[in-house]
Write a protein that binds this ligand. Sequence first.
Ligand code: PGA
Length: 259
Amino acid sequence: MVKIRQIKPLIAANWKLNKTVKEAVDSAARLKIILSGIKDRDIAICPPFTALEEVHNVIKGTNIMLGAQDVFWEEKGAFTGEVSPMMLKDVGCSYVIIGHSERREYFKETDETVNKKIRLCVADELNVILCVGENIEQRKAEKQNDVVEEMLTKGLKNVKREDMKFITIAYEPVWAISSGDSSHKPATAKDAQEMHAFIRNTLGMMFDDSIAQSTRIIYGGSMKPDNVKELMAKKDINGGLVGGASLEPESFAKIVNGF
Ligand code: PGA
């Protein structure tokens, strides 16, 4: 085994279907102040499409990067309602979330569509946050490893080794995602670590050990200021994708600074 290379953590805010342009701009302006000067970790915010350009105007040139929450797999054409990777880059995005469980559940996203999206994004040099994770029935049936392995192999099919530098994996157990309320519990740090190690191992089998050791694997699902430290102390957890607790700038900043 090659020694684990130091991976720079990424904390990304997934604002989901929240915030008008003004609200997003106000949050970004606040984050720009309270997160200024942080260099040892990457920070990204993913507002809804409508706010991307205005938020970019606020954060460009700072240590906060911009991400989108979805993308389409064709560059252009008769695809009403869609946006392409190049369009996202055009408004300042350096990241895009692909395959979030909410898209899989409500919008019929499949591993095949995830794969098509990823392949176009890496060709266009747009960084991808690929979300994988089991639901509660699959966890109860102890199928979580099979489920995640399938999502990885199908989602990353025909992605070249040299393009893996554009890929971050987000392990998001569906049962831990907060859905905007506080009734969901995060995975324990131990369970999360076990899955992250499994994901790293799977990447090692799909590609090689050096890809496994250099790919960023972040955790999502009720990450909060009070649990970030314990999660981030785990060997294979390289960051977080934060939904509910990222909506308030102060709370998101506590997570960014919390480990
Ligand atoms: P949560 O969402 O932090 O509100 O659980 C995470 C996500 O869905 O990306």
